[in-house]
Design a protein around this ligand. Structure first.
Ligand SMILES: Cc1cc2nc3c(=O)[nH]c(=O)nc-3n(C[C@H](O)[C@H](O)[C@H](O)COP(=O)(O)OP(=O)(O)OC[C@H]3O[C@@H](n4cnc5c(N)ncnc54)[C@H](O)[C@@H]3O)c2cc1C
Length: 518
């Protein structure tokens, strides 16, 4: 098999005959020669007016390309050693799948509901502004990943680990394109079915997943957990416990602290979610090309430094929706998702400022210092916008010019928006940096700073404001030897793929320990 790379126009990249001829030409083959080819990687280079597609193909001459295998060997684990996993997000589910591969029996406890029941709670939240604290955009089967945007890119440099997760997603129903695109994306409409297939596999192999089962306490015996308490009533003896509860399970941080299990304050980022029309973003990024059948809805990735601190775009959703992502009824939180086709008329992204424990003088050593700040902002927003799931909003230029907005273009945020000046919500070290950052971004994308864009507040669940320290080699908690703090909630992942990778790694560490000591 040969690999061949070249650039072509977006139109050519969709023209099979052009691609076949071009590959033959690049390989010095005659036009009549017989080749089989398929995409290996695809990315867009839109830096110049003359937009190009970077193409890489796998090619065979005079023979067929071998099939790509998306098969995995999941064992029957009915009578195998048990591993308890708290949380059925990407980390918990991929830990459970890898447990099946390694011959361990995963028993997963998830506080939320299965994807289908969860969908009803999301509809009530969006339409009536009523939040179920146990079943929402963060809690439930598939975790924050299920009704997320499903962007699958990660900063992880370990290509092998990433490819394995992507191939497993294809095995469970994702489109093969995720293996090709430089910025793979699944979409909220497709994720629930994939999550359902994962659950069915885990159960059919003898693993267990229990919904509406919340970890409510931990019983220690020296430096080990010997029992866990579920729903304040049932207790289960455990041998190894993976804690994959995500960055929004504040009660889990509290129960660890109450049991003197070490946790630490961790830097995170916070700000607003800005919404433009997708048409404007396409125009800015694609140099005026509009309604283009050959290019996907455009994305952006912006970063600047203001007063020695990073301000950057986060979780950008082309053709997306701003979603209500709070986990308690006295707070509001925004995030974004998009369907697989990214065909909504809006584009949104978080614009966030890095926050450090040192920002809160005298409290740097309090493990809850960043979380308390995050909570305070979310509650302030809830109060300012009318104590329901509406969020504070301001037109972008009005914000930069410190002016209250009197009306708004349509917002995709379904529960509704209220005109509130962001200066009444955020401390000056945040709003001043946001203002400057929007001006900087306008220099990079001329037209970004427009009064037709609206900022919604807050974007606050970017990463965990607390970490649960673990040994970097063994992944065991620094003191509690059978506790494996995992993925985003513990501070070791940010996003679906890195969370899944961390879940897999935790199981590998556990398997290594079990094999060594029985
Ligand atoms: C709207 C939205 C859009 C997003 N878009 C993207 C994206 O496009 N790409 C991307 O990479 N990331 C995205 N993310 C972030 C991504 O979803 C998370 O990074 C990822 O899900 C983290 O995985 P995790 O398994 O560590 O934790 P989570 O997904 O948070 O899962 C933790 C699970 O633990 C459960 N749990 C918590 N406490 C308990 C308890 N006490 N007992 C039992 N169960 C408990 C929760 O209910 C939850 O199901 C998005 C998130 C949201 C909300």
């Amino acid at each position: 098999m040969q690999e061949i790379s070249f650039q072509c126009s977006p139109e050519e990249a969709k023209d099979f005959n052009f691609l076949e001829d071009k590959i033959k030409q690049e390989l010095n083959l005659s036009r009549t020669s017989n080749i089989d080819f398929r995409w290996k990687k695809r990315s867009i280079d839109a830096r110049k007016r003359n937009i190009k597609i970077n193409c890489t193909f796998e090619v065979e001459v005079d023979t067929q390309l071998p099939d790509i295998s998306y098969q995995f060997e999941f064992k029957d684990v009915r009578n195998s050693k048990e591993v308890h996993i708290i949380g059925a997000g990407p980390a918990g589910l991929f830990a459970a799948l890898h447990a099946l591969e390694l011959g361990l029996k995963p028993i997963v406890f998830e506080r939320g509901k299965d994807v289908r029941s969860r969908r009803r709670d999301l509809a009530t939240l969006n339409k009536e502004g009523i939040l179920n604290p146990e079943s929402n955009y963060c809690f439930g089967e598939g975790g924050a990943g299920t009704y997320s945007d499903g962007k699958l890119y990660t900063r992880s440099k370990k290509r092998g680990d990433v490819d394995r997760i992507l191939k497993m997603l294809v095995h469970f129903g994702a489109n093969e394109d995720i293996l090709i695109e430089a910025h793979p994306h699944v979409g909220t409409n497709k994720l629930p079915q994939i999550i359902t297939s994962i659950r069915e596999k885990i159960i059919s192999c003898g693993g267990e997943i229990h919904f509406e089962k919340k970890l409510t306490n931990i019983h220690l015996n020296g430096n080990e957990i010997d029992r866990i308490e579920i729903n304040y009533s049932e207790t289960f003896p455990i041998k190894k416990l993976i804690l994959a509860t995500g960055h929004s399970a504040r009660d889990v941080f509290e129960l660890l602290h109450k049991n003197n299990i070490e946790i630490k304050a961790k830097p995170f980022a916070l700000g607003v979610r800005v919404e433009h029309t997708q048409e404007l973003i396409d125009q800015l990024q694609y140099h005026g090309r509009l309604n283009d059948d050959y290019l996907p809805p455009a994305a952006y990735n912006l970063v600047t430094q203001v007063d020695g601190r990073g301000v950057y775009s986060f979780c950008m959703c082309p053709g997306g929706i701003i979603a209500p992502c709070a986990t308690d009824s006295n707070e509001v939180v925004t995030n974004g998702w998009s369907p697989s086709k990214r065909n909504n008329p809006y584009s949104n992204s978080g614009i966030v400022v890095s926050i450090f424990p040192e920002d809160f003088k005298g409290k740097e050593n309090d493990p809850f210092v960043c979380l308390d700040f995050q909570k305070e902002i979310e509650q302030k927003c809830w109060q300012a916008a009318g104590k329901n799931q509406k969020v504070p909003a301001q037109r972008l230029l009005d914000f930069v010019n410190k002016k209250k907005s009197i009306d708004f273009p349509r917002s995709s945020y379904q529960p509704g928006i209220e005109s509130v000046e962001m200066d009444s919500i955020f401390p000056t070290f945040v709003v001043d940096r946001l203002r400057q950052a929007f001006k900087d971004f306008d220099k990079k994308m001329n037209g970004f700073l427009t009064n037709d864009a609206v900022i919604h507040a807050p974007e606050s669940r970017t990463s965990s404001p607390i970490s649960v320290p673990r040994d970097p080699e063994t992944f065991q908690h620094i003191r509690i030897t059978n506790l494996y703090p995992c993925a985003e909630g513990a501070g070791y992942a940010g996003g679906i793929v890195s969370a899944a990778i961390d879940g897999v790694k935790c199981i590998e560490k556990i398997k290594g320990k079990i094999s060594a000591f029985g």
